[in-house]
Design a protein around this ligand. Structure first.
Ligand code: 5GP
Ligand code: MN
Length: 335
């Protein structure tokens, strides 16, 4: 869906543009932001990507990552960019709260807001909305935004292609999830044609683990995994102590929840992490089990049907117990 088509013409003249994405950006958040950044910069716009936080180290090879600005490090300079911007892009989020510290800044900025996103139930805060919950990744929508909405069929340079490939690859679990349609593969083929080095990107993302991170994975599998066979559910709960033992930082727990889902017969998997200020949780499911509904109703979060997240200010044990107590409600989906 495209709302605000009449605004698109604005991109024909040089503009001051800020690109934002959600807190703790993942591969799609960063891939779509940097892909759009390179395309807009190439068109003569003055563009700054501003993040509310750091991101996993397995993404620190991405073209343009040196140009990123971190709001907590330079709030005054970042604020100036927001004040002077004509356009603020909001990528890979449709609930303003997901931009964390940037949310009030975006809300009060006079610039027009352009949302490009694939999450369900978008909030109303953007003048331009290019939104499709069936899209596998926001990077897929950035691709069609460039090539279809802006009709720039030659706009996909090698740099843009590498960023968008990364976004689609990470959000589809390397082209495994149900969202990986024939259309997604066709876009991927175009991105490889444009110069995205698929093998190199896979190498950068999946073969860049440290020895410590791999040992942490072994530790979690051995000590932190709980299986609840009667509900075909499995979960990891990680205490602050577990994280400290391995000096865990942003991104080190990424993908862990999928190991719980990989157990034969398991249909719902959870990861509960004590991040000190909050308990952060991630849910993954197979079939119709609505992770987004569970997160929205019970854990202050949301997301997609089969992948969602949330948080709680209660302690780890309380949050895990609450999750277990909810399972009977979803018995018909789970068993
Ligand atoms: P993850 O479990 O990897 O953190 O997030 C999976 C998906 O759930 C994300 O793509 C995002 O859509 C959604 N998500 C994660 N955390 C939150 C949250 O706190 N609030 C909302 N609304 N969605 C979240
Ligand atoms: Mn995404």
């Amino acid at each position: 869906m495209l709302r605000g088509k009449e605004f698109i013409e604005e991109l024909s003249k040089p503009k001051k543009i800020v690109i934002t994405t959600h807190h703790k950006p993942d591969g799609d958040a960063l891939g779509s932001s940097l892909g759009l950044y390179h395309w807009l910069s190439g068109k003569g716009h003055q563009v700054q990507v501003i993040l509310s936080s750091d991101f996993p180290s397995f993404l620190d090879w991405m073209p343009g990552f040196d140009d990123l600005m971190y709001y907590p490090n330079q709030p005054e300079v970042a604020q100036q960019h927001f004040d002077q911007a004509d356009i603020i892009f909001c990528l890979d989020y449709s609930a303003l709260s997901r931009a964390h510290a940037l949310a009030p800044v975006i809300q009060h900025a006079k610039a027009t807001k352009w949302m490009i996103d694939h999450h369900l139930e978008p909030e109303e805060f953007a003048e331009v909305m290019y939104w499709d919950s069936n899209a596998a990744a926001t990077a897929q929508l950035v691709y069609t935004f460039i090539t279809e909405v802006c009709a720039d069929v030659n706009g996909i340079t090698q740099t843009v292609a590498s960023c968008l490939y990364t976004g689609i690859m990470t959000d589809t679990g390397s082209f495994r999830f149900k969202s990986t349609t024939a259309a997604v593969h066709q876009i991927i083929a175009k991105l490889i044609e444009a110069g995205a080095k698929n093998w190199e990107i896979h190498e950068n993302i999946y073969n860049s683990s440290t020895e410590n991170r791999l040992k942490f994975l072994g530790y979690c599998l051995l000590n932190c995994l709980e299986v609840i066979p009667e509900y075909n559910t499995a979960l990891f709960s990680l205490t602050r102590d577990d994280l400290e033992k391995f000096n865990i930082t942003t991104g080190d727990t990424e993908g862990l929840v999928n190991y719980a889902l990989s157990i034969k017969g398991i249909r719902l998997a959870g990861l509960f992490v004590d991040r000190t200020e909050l308990i952060k949780l991630s849910l993954r499911s197979i079939g119709d089990i609505p992770c987004n509904e569970i997160c929205k109703k019970h854990f202050n979060g949301g997301g997609h049907l089969n992948a969602a997240g949330g948080n709680s200010t209660d302690d780890l044990q309380t949050v895990v117990s609450r999750f277990k107590a909810i399972l009977p409600e979803y018995q018909s989906y789970l068993t």
